[in-house]
Ligand binder design. Sequence first.
Ligand code: NAP
Length: 253
Amino acid sequence: MLEKFSLSGQVALISGGGRGIGRAIALALAEAGAEVALASRTVAEIEQVASEIEQLGRRSLAQRADVADPAQIKTLVTQVLERFGQIDILVNNAGISPVFKPMAEVTLAEWDQVLGVNLRGAFLLSQEIGRAMIRQGRGSIINIASIAGMRGVSHIGAYAVSKAGLIQLTRVLATEWAAQGIRVNAIAPGWVETAMTQPVMAQAELYQGLLATIPQKRFAAPEEIAGLAVYLASEAASFVTGQVYVADGGQTI
Ligand code: NAP
């Protein structure tokens, strides 16, 4: 059974693989046997993770790309295919949450910025790589959503809508591409200790208030999200598609 979790001989691309959840998923996929390409805007971070992956004995590629830019996505996918010849696993992890204010005050530029990375970026990358996966007749796409996309929240409205959209993108692509051997699933983390959540953790009262709402009384380490990604990428999940897997310490029970 354990060999079904092996990703040996597979090629993965992770957007936003330079730190946080994306970095943890990249290293976990490499440990499970995959060759891993990484894309983000901060080259030093993805190059560092690429060297960690190579130390695990896997090939890697660090390619600068802004997922909000369709031209950069095309170049990215071309580079990965030239280097590895195939893409079996796509993790749409790149995401931002720069706005903390009520919806009545959110500007159009802020709305477009958040949706442009979190949802449009994932759509563009999925479409570009999905075409390659359709040619291959196989593939697994994993979208990093959020529990914020599954219920009512305040002050992070554009982010929450982007993640709800990403969950529906997951279901739509899973439905359209199931017959072509492509599975599409989402992971919805709760609070995870990363650069994204540092501003929240730095505010003691806010942080303690949040911990009180989580039955496990803590934020996750990024590595605690990675196991689901290995599972969903692997043959062990061969009959699983269009689903959302929550990892939130019990917050949405
Ligand atoms: P993070 O540490 O800030 O990492 C975000 C990653 O995305 C970075 O590598 C970043 O690199 C990349 N990225 C951002 N904008 C990009 C763009 N336009 N093009 C390419 N790459 C881009 O945050 P994280 O917490 O690990 O978040 C990872 C994912 O998990 C996000 O989708 C986030 O919404 C989701 N999530 C996080 C939490 C949490 O509590 N932390 C909870 C639920 C879901 P550059 O800035 O260098 O481009």
